[in-house]
Write a protein that binds this ligand. Structure first.
Ligand SMILES: Cc1cc2nc3c(=O)[nH]c(=O)nc-3n(C[C@H](O)[C@H](O)[C@H](O)COP(=O)(O)O)c2cc1C
Length: 380
């Protein structure tokens, strides 16, 4: 009996130790913007420094999709996920002694997190890729300004590692965070020492984040999160694939921007041919016209993405949609057909997708499409 009790106490202790060990595990986001890959190179060193602690996991993500082949497979972070981490290492290129536009745009979407105190008390550290290094401390300091407003705990480098770097070439060491002087091509950049400093920064950051774990609430924003939902991310989550932008078949453009309004007209072109062509009730069913309306709206959104320079987050409002359907003259349920397009617009843009609408029937539509959609969007 005594032996059995000792066995159970042993099992209990083992369980408690396991739970405590699990509790000590931290997950750190290494969040970057990078144009040419210099910041990404530093990010990998930061991540490896973080993961040198067996209780720390590093996840590298970027603030927006990149066309650069070196960067295009890095996942894109959403604003909403930030409070779920135990710390964030931010990295960006230096732009005119400041953080980059990409990073700045991402941070400008964190207002909801800020007003909900969601990042308060979370540790943060920063690193940057510079060209010559002009204004690098100003830029790191600018990073700190934004993160301080969020109430994050800013973890500096101090002079850690300085004694071990070569003093015969310019290096990107600073007391606020590691940088790399990417345009100084005297040696490969980041230099071995810049990489070493970044690795050390990651190590130290993991130590701080482990010590701070549990000292701040991982608070999700309470209010309407939809406002700051990343639309490019949402398309991925919902597996909504935008088609290639259809090329104009005449002397016109896929879209025209006038002031902040973008005007777009599309038909049901899919994979180079018209989807479900013809007249409703003669050649196609209502269900087929709805499918065509959805395909048409996807074309509209693809063109809109081009009009916003690839960033659908710049859409402020879908102002108006007009659906024209190839119907017989006594047909009256155009609104039902158009809902396929309207629902998709709201699914993608949320509140910003709600629009004024007109629908009408026509005796024929160009290229025998069963539907044409005219759209007006307001953009940033
Ligand atoms: C708009 C713009 C402004 C820049 N301003 C600076 C600057 O003030 N100081 C500097 O050292 N480099 C500057 N650069 C150079 C970038 O910081 C440098 O190319 C950096 O390595 C890019 O990082 P990435 O490789 O991660 O894209 C600037 C680059 C751009 C595009």
């Amino acid at each position: 009996m005594k032996k059995l009790s000792i066995f159970f106490v042993f099992i209990l202790l083992l369980k408690i130790t396991t739970v405590m060990a699990q509790d000590k595990t931290i997950k750190i986001l290494v969040l970057i913007h990078s144009d040419n890959g210099g910041t990404y190179e530093l990010a990998k060193e930061i991540a490896s420094g973080i993961e040198s602690d067996k209780n720390a996991l590093a996840v590298i993500k970027q603030v927006k999709e990149s066309p650069n082949p070196k960067l295009k497979n890095i996942p894109v972070a959403s604003v909403e996920e930030l409070p779920s981490y135990d710390g964030i290492a931010f990295g960006s290129p230096v732009y005119f002694g400041n953080i980059s536009t990409g990073m700045s745009e991402f941070l400008s979407k964190t207002v909801n997190l800020w007003t909900n105190h969601s990042l308060e008390g979370m540790p943060a550290t920063v690193f940057m890729s510079a060209g010559s290094g002009a204004g690098k401390e100003l830029a790191l300091n600018a990073f700190w300004n934004s993160l301080a407003v969020h109430g994050m705990i800013l973890v500096s480098n101090g002079i850690r590692g300085y004694e071990n770097i070569s003093k015969t070439i310019p290096q990107g060491n600073t007391v606020l965070g590691t940088t790399s002087l990417a345009s100084l091509k005297d040696v490969e950049r980041p230099t071995k020492d810049e990489r070493g400093l970044a690795e050390l920064q990651g190590r130290n950051f993991a130590k701080t984040a482990l010590a701070l774990k549990g000292t701040f609430p991982k608070k999700q924003p309470a209010a309407n999160t939809e406002k700051s939902q990343d639309i490019n991310d949402l398309l991925k989550q919902k597996n909504i694939i935008l088609p290639q932008v259809p090329q104009p078949a005449g002397n016109y453009k896929p879209f025209v921007r006038s002031g902040n309004l973008v005007f777009i007209n599309q038909v049901a072109l899919k994979d180079g041919k018209i989807l479900n062509p013809g007249k409703l009730g003669v050649d196609v069913t209502e269900q087929q016209v709805k499918e065509a309306a959805k395909a048409t709206m996807l074309n509209v959104i693809a063109v809109l993405k081009e009009a916003t320079g690839g960033d659908l987050n710049k859409v402020k409002q879908c102002v108006q949609l007009t659906g024209i359907f190839n119907t017989k003259e006594d047909y009256t349920k155009h609104a039902d057909l158009m809902n396929a397009a309207s629902d998709l617009t709201v699914e993608v843009f949320g509140e910003k997708g709600k629009h004024a609408r007109a629908t009408l029937g026509a005796s024929s539509i160009p290229v025998n499409s069963s539907v044409e959609i005219q759209a007006i969007f307001e953009v940033e």
